[in-house]
Design a protein around this ligand. Sequence first.
Ligand code: TDO
Length: 188
Amino acid sequence: MQIEQTALDGVLILTPRRHGDARGWFAESWNRATLAEHGITTDWVQDNHSFSARAGTVRGLHYQSPPAAQAKLVRCARGALTDVAVDFRSGSATFGRWVAVDLTEEDGRQLLIPQGFLHGFVTRKDATEIAYKCSAPYSPRHDGAVRWDDPAIGIDWRIDPADAILSAKDAAAPLLNEVESPFVTADA
Ligand SMILES: Cc1cn([C@H]2C[C@H](O)[C@@H](COP(=O)(O)OP(=O)(O)O[C@H]3O[C@@H](C)C(=O)[C@@H](O)[C@H]3O)O2)c(=O)[nH]c1=O
């Protein structure tokens, strides 16, 4: 397991080892003990899997408020996507900053997103599947969203915004400055 820090503290790229042979390959996509060796002891309670038919599908930017806040461990099961995390912790030195990481079925890379971050992604290929672990169960009551194309965040999605395929909910999400973050950091 290779682990790299991104530009946002705590947002990590994890690359599980792939064992190739004549049949193909084998990888441990999650192993509690291996992650614990790297100090990652998150208690995962729900696995999600979604399919997006078309390249250019954007889902996000989403969060759940405490006490239903979720850390996420994200991978691309099929196709290719760019996964995005935005620091949503009020008082954080990096509040509003984002990182974008390409995850593909070929590279098997994963993105670990702690609580307190917005999460979203754009698919790069038709028929892309994302799979991710969550540290808290789905709670519609605590569900929140921030606009994917908020210029104040300025994420470079590497698509023509007019071509983005969105849910009605995501298209109507509020801007960052219209939402009060339910997350605070020790920096605050
Ligand atoms: C997220 C979620 C949705 N659902 C249902 C609600 C709805 O009927 C349907 C689709 O939900 P959504 O439109 O919210 O799905 P989607 O837009 O894919 O939402 C997901 O986006 C990514 C970026 C995340 O980070 C996730 O946490 C989640 O917010 O699935 C569940 O049953 N359990 C869940 O955990």
